[in-house]
Write a protein that binds this ligand. Sequence first.
Ligand code: FES
Length: 121
Amino acid sequence: MELPLVQPGERICPESALEDGASLKFRVLENERLIEAFLIRHAGQYYAYKNRCAHMALTLDLEDNDFFTIDYRALICKTHGAMYQPDTGFCFAGPCYAESLEALQLEVRDGHVVLGRPPGE
Ligand code: FES
């Protein structure tokens, strides 16, 4: 199934659509190219990142929309096991230690999670 394209200022989903530990994939434009991104809910907060490992330009989930470790404390890349803090995208273990996922700005508005605009726009 093709992932929906979400532009800055557009809704990604209703707040009620995601429980803690859940994730949702979508696409965004990066330099006029469509790339994958994902939204997660962690400890009651929403975070979104480009779906691109800081180690190599591969998706973290390898397509199955499963980003969390079994204990839901971290995000994990399935290819070589890099682990990231869900709330910052900081890599605390693995081949790209101390690098970070690329975060996307979010807003919660009228009961929906909305893609924000990058800083400076
Ligand atoms: S591609 Fe993600 S850890 Fe290597």
